[in-house]
Design a protein around this ligand. Structure first.
Ligand code: KG4
Ligand code: ZN
Length: 324
């Protein structure tokens, strides 16, 4: 089954054609980073307009790269939410239009589920597994019992990990996109220099606001020119990875599950990927999506459309939603 999917929930306009949820035939991503850089973050109205400017070009390129005609597609999909409403509307309407014109089904997809499904791309991974989902808006440990049966076993009570990365980057005067730049700095820093706290919360909770405050306290001790950005980044990154990996492993043990996967934009983080891989020495099977399928892309949306579509009687009536 060939699915063309569109992703436009935030600052990436993306289209992909994927066969049977796993084999990517074409994956096009047009990033708006350059546009939002001058504002220091994503401006929703600007992002929506940019999606409008790029959507047709991105879809055209997607078909060109795959060497396929529109009539070859079996279903058209798009992210329905959560995300920025004005942005989601662009992808949703483009996909519904293609579905109506070519008389093929439209499939709505949940963005968070799409991140989880990135683990199926180019792999033979099968449920059950425990998945740590870490993105700009969410931090969850999910038990993927089956392709369409998932249970949230832990989540954050305050900031999401990606959000904390972006905020700490700002504290250190590192510009947008903060997470990826902070990760680069951390790789050159001393992770033992600062001892940041790990929040004491329940086993089904994460909390990162205390860590953020602790970083702020250290930053204030230095003048702007003398700020040891690399060491702060490395110590912060180690604390985040310790917290996430320890809790995820404990939950997997509790569920008697030996397979652990990563998902979401922060799954591109070097330390997190390294620490996940290290679990293999302890007998766990691990999976992290390829870097290009961690941050927002449409291949993961196509995979989710195949394995876990939003169920409803008339998908063409699906509306976008902002929060999940
Ligand atoms: O999943 P995503 O692309 O968008 C959402 O659905 O939120 O995640 C974006 C988040 C941002 O907060 C970004 O700073 C973070 O992922 N991110 C990273 C890295 N690459 C992206 N955080 C830490 N290390 C990275 N290498
Ligand atoms: Zn995302």
């Amino acid at each position: 089954m060939l699915i063309l999917a569109i992703e436009s929930s935030c600052d990436e306009t993306a289209a992909a054609i994927v066969e049977d949820g796993r084999k990517v035939l074409s994956n096009v991503v047009s990033s708006q980073i350059k546009i939002h850089e001058e504002f220091g973050g994503v401006v929703p109205e600007v992002a929506a307009r940019e999606h409008l400017n790029s959507i047709n070009l991105v879809i055209d390129e997607c078909f060109k790269n795959a060497g396929l005609k529109r009539s070859c597609i079996d279903a058209f999909a798009s992210t329905v939410g959560p995300g920025l409403v004005g942005c989601l509307l662009v992808g949703l309407n483009a996909s519904k239009t293609l579905s109506l014109v070519h008389n093929k089904p439209y499939i709505g997809v949940n963005h968070l589920n799409a991140h989880v499904c990135a683990n199926f791309i180019d792999t033979d991974l099968k449920p059950p597994f425990v998945c740590l989902l870490v993105s700009g808006g969410h931090t969850q440990v999910i038990y993927v019992k089956d392709y369409d049966k998932q249970e949230i076993l832990a989540s954050t009570i305050d900031d999401a990990v990606g959000e904390v990365y972006d905020k700490v980057a700002r504290l250190c005067s590192i510009c947008y996109p903060g997470g990826v730049l902070l990760d680069k700095m951390a790789q050159e820093g001393d992770s033992t220099r600062f001892n940041f706290p790990i929040a004491k919360v329940k086993e089904d909770e994460f909390s990162f606001s205390g860590l953020k405050t602790a970083v702020l306290r250290e930053v204030k001790k230095f003048s702007k020119d003398e700020l040891p950005k690399k060491d702060i980044a490395a110590s912060f990154q180690k604390t985040i990875a310790d917290t996430l990996i320890t809790k995820t492993k404990n939950i997997a043990d509790k569920m008697n599950c030996k397979t652990i996967a990563l998902a979401g934009g922060v799954a591109a983080n070097s330390e997190l990927r390294k620490r996940l891989k290290e679990l293999e020495a302890q007998g766990y099977k691990t999976n992290a999506p390829q870097m290009k399928y961690c941050t927002d892309n449409a291949s993961m949306v196509a995979s989710s459309a195949y394995f876990n579509p939003i169920k409803c009687d008339n998908p063409l009536m699906l509306e976008v939603f902002s929060r999940g």
